[in-house]
Design a protein. Structure first.
Length: 431
């Protein structure tokens, strides 16, 4: 066999170079050809959207392609060399912040994300419509229209007390699901499901109170947890959830009544386990000022810890830090975060607000713009998300809905993505 110093491979890999598994075949050898790789030069051309490829020889990982490297690697005869990436195919998502304009119209400000990175922001539409007429409810309305392929519509409304209605409508306005048990607030996962602690109305063979899950796209409810250890629903109940780093539902936090000595419970959505996160009644743990007539929310920080958020007044958010396994005791202390001026303060602190990632979203008092507080840093930071006025005909509620844009929507946008991997491999070729 003859040995030759050679350039084994040189090209630029783009999104179209990779198959649906995120693999691009770059070199194949026949039965009489072999290579020995000596040097690899790799350049990711878009610093905001890295390919982060891995070189694989016969499906074995050899080296990451995030920088230049040197060494020796044999590519035997009848071998295949690929570049593998988890970046491609790109994942497209829109984070849509929704407020209601009328029974059939709603307003949205959206962020368009690619692989979790915001590429387009402040996409404003003032006249989205539904065929179904969905009326408003009470103090706090959580509204998610056009969910699933059949465009079902969800509305959850409560007054932090006895009134708590949950409804799913078809696009023709027919009620596909309805549950109106008193003292049973619900939590929407920002995608396709909501959860609540309550009775077995419209839930097959379930009986008594338990944790229930409703698929908005079908209007079908299922019982996911009996025997929670909580009392029956009563005064000042709470349910709030948290999303993981991929914006999928991770935990539900709840108590059925503020004076339940069983305390507050956390339900692990993936494992089905339920454990206390307070060792006394919520009113004793946090005080009646925190448990009465206020919403609770949760964020997961990048360090893996969690924060419970309470919009306490027009200008203040109080929060508690929590880690998995923590049990809050009597008179647990909180941290108060102040919102400065009407541009930061709540339009209505008791309205429905939303959490996506580490950020808490609401409508501000100055002009009903979508605003956010990022609770990832030790000291939270405030910013405006949009620069367009949201209607407050039905109140200052804002609901975040995570959607997958259609292929036509994606192709009609300019995301300004230039992700590619310039790759040069040199070494010895034997034939």
């Amino acid at each position: 066999m003859a040995d030759t110093l050679a350039e084994i491979y040189r090209n630029t890999l783009t999104e179209s170079s990779f198959d649906s598994n995120g693999e691009a075949t770059i070199v194949t050898t026949n039965s009489s050809t072999a290579h020995v790789i000596k040097n690899i030069q790799a350049i990711d051309t878009d610093s905001t959207m890295l390919i982060n490829g891995t070189l694989k020889v016969n499906d074995f990982d050899v080296v990451g392609l995030s920088a230049n490297s040197s060494g020796s690697e044999i590519i035997a005869p009848s071998s295949t060399v690929k570049v593998k990436t988890s970046t491609v195919p790109f994942t497209y998502e829109d984070i849509e912040f929704t407020t209601r304009r009328s029974a059939t119209q709603y307003v949205t400000t959206s962020d368009a994300k690619v692989n979790g990175i915001t590429k387009l922001s402040n996409i404003y539409v003032s006249n989205n419509t539904t065929n179904a007429s969905v009326t408003a409810g009470s103090t706090r309305d959580v509204y998610a229209p056009n969910i699933g392929s059949n465009n079902y519509h969800m509305v959850l409304y409560d007054n932090y007390g006895s009134q708590s209605n949950k409804k799913v409508y078809t696009d023709t306005g027919t009620e596909e699901f309805s549950q109106t048990q008193s003292y049973t607030p619900a939590w929407f996962d920002s995608r396709q499901h909501f959860y609540y602690y309550g009775d077995s109305t419209n839930i097959g063979n379930a009986s008594g109170n338990g944790i229930n899950k409703v698929d908005i796209a079908t209007g079908i409810a299922t019982r996911i947890k009996d025997n929670t250890g909580m009392n029956g629903p009563s005064s000042d109940p709470k349910m709030f959830g948290v999303l993981d780093a991929n914006n999928n539902a991770e935990y539900l936090f709840m108590w059925s009544e503020k004076n339940d000595n069983g305390g507050g419970y956390v339900y692990n959505i993936s494992t089905g386990s339920i454990t206390p996160f307070t060792n006394a009644s919520p009113s004793n743990t946090y005080g009646s000022g925190m448990t009465d007539n206020r919403g609770w929310y949760a964020v997961k920080r990048s360090n893996g810890s969690y924060r419970f958020l309470i919009p306490y007044s027009a200008s203040t958010i109080r929060f508690y830090d929590w880690n998995v396994g923590d049990v809050h005791t009597g008179s647990t202390s909180y941290t108060a975060f102040s919102l400065s001026g009407s541009v930061e303060q709540f339009a209505t602190s008791t309205a429905a607000h939303s959490v996506i990632g580490t950020k808490f979203y609401y409508l501000n008092a100055q002009n009903q713009y979508v605003s956010s507080v990022d609770f990832d840093p030790d000291t939270p930071t405030v910013s405006l998300v949009g620069s367009n006025v949201h209607y407050n005909t039905y109140g200052n509620d804002v609901t975040a809905v995570i959607r997958t844009p259609s292929s036509s929507t994606i192709s009609g946008r300019s995301y300004n993505i230039n992700a590619s991997l310039k790759l040069r491999i040199t070494g010895v070729t034997s034939t």
